[in-house]
Design a binder for this molecule. Structure first.
Ligand code: ZN
Ligand code: ZN
Length: 356
């Protein structure tokens, strides 16, 4: 494969990895550390209109590629869009410099991993240990190798929005209504009425850095559970940060992600206009929005991911590689549920005996 770079340790020729704790490249073998030269490059935002006006070459089918490891001489097979490889035979670290260029947009910035594997596992143990229903066996399972750090590709979008809204605002009031009850007597009850008033106005809002996942593996509904990412720590993209971490080019393209972004901000604008219109209630809300200064960035963000089987069923969790925030689905402990059910039955029986 033509476009690969290897990063051997200058001291012992072993592999260098990007180390989340020191933020340097570190040799796992002799502990040599090398800082990553990051200049004061400016992270640019691109106009969305320019992206859609430009003609993009059709994206070819991804091809499998073979690279020959310079250390052990053996051939490895991968696909074009995988940015970081580890030689299957000797563990040599290799960067595929062309991976991101298989797509029209290359990442310009990234947040390097700040949470180490150990910290992510601690976060998992604290989370799974919380509550009564989790099986203690799980704690042992977290220590396996199923956990992997991914640089997940993301789009972020900005948009200045100007919205004209109008509708009917409703205020409740109550009137006394006289009626005849079943005994033929005259009674008075209160009934609610609504007083409608037409209203209109303007809502202006700047949406800044709205994140949309550019990876099918990490879909929007799941990944937003570990937000926020603090984008003030964004660094210009450097391939050295990928050493030792899984990294792959995006597979959710701009057009689809941009429409998800529009759906998201339209929902937020509608909510805000509802709040402006509503007194006690509202109806016939109509909102017309103009979008300007729309820009986007493409970036990589760090996520730990673990998929595992527990008593034959698959579960997963993800950890924000910058903040340690965790999300996943927890298995329930059958033993603990059974014990709880037995205790509940005993309590009910005791209660019945005490009453009778
Ligand atoms: Zn070394
Ligand atoms: Zn090798």
């Amino acid at each position: 494969m033509a476009h690969t770079i290897e990063y051997p340790c200058p001291n012992c020729n072993s592999e260098l990895n990007f180390d989340s704790e020191s933020q340097n490249l570190r040799c796992l073998h002799c502990n040599t550390q090398i800082p990553i030269a990051s200049g004061a490059e400016v992270i640019e935002e691109h106009q969305i209109s320019e992206y859609f006006q430009a003609s993009h070459c059709p994206v070819n089918e991804l091809q499998s590629i073979t690279y020959r490891c310079s250390k052990c001489g053996k051939d490895n097979i991968s696909t074009q869009d995988i940015a970081f490889f580890e030689c299957r035979y000797c563990g040599n670290n290799v960067i595929n410099t062309e991976a991101y260029r298989t797509k029209p947009v290359v990442p310009a910035s990234m947040v390097p991993f700040e949470i180490s594997k150990e910290e992510a596992l601690n976060a998992f143990q604290a989370w799974i240990g919380k509550g009564f229903w989790n099986d203690s066996d799980l704690k042992k399972m977290a220590l396996n190798d199923a956990m992997q750090g991914y640089y997940v590709p993301f789009w972020t979008f900005d948009s200045q929005t100007e919205s004209k809204w109008s509708g009917d605002s409703g205020r409740y009031y109550y009137v006394d209504v006289t009626y005849t009850d079943s005994q033929g007597k005259s009674q008075v009850r209160q009934e609610r009425r609504t007083d409608w008033t037409y209203r209109s106005g303007h809502f202006s809002h700047f949406f800044d850095d709205v994140l949309i996942s550019a990876s099918k593996e990490f879909n929007q509904e799941i990944i937003r559970e570990i937000y926020p990412f603090h984008l003030n720590s964004l660094k210009p993209y450097h391939q050295e940060y990928l050493l030792g971490w899984s990294a792959k080019a995006y597979d959710e393209d701009m057009t689809r992600s941009y429409s998800l972004f529009r759906q998201y901000i339209d929902g937020r604008i509608e909510q805000a206009c509802e709040e402006l219109l509503r007194e006690d209630t509202f109806r016939n809300l109509s909102v017309e929005t103009e979008y300007c200064k729309e820009t986007f960035k493409h970036m990589l963000l760090p996520v730990w991911h673990c998929q595992y089987l527990f008593k034959g069923k698959p579960y997963f969790y993800i950890v924000n590689g910058q903040t340690g925030k965790i999300y996943g689905k927890k298995p329930l402990s059958v033993t603990k549920i059974t014990i709880a059910v037995i205790i509940a039955i005993i309590l009910i029986v005791l209660l019945i005996l005490a009453v009778s």
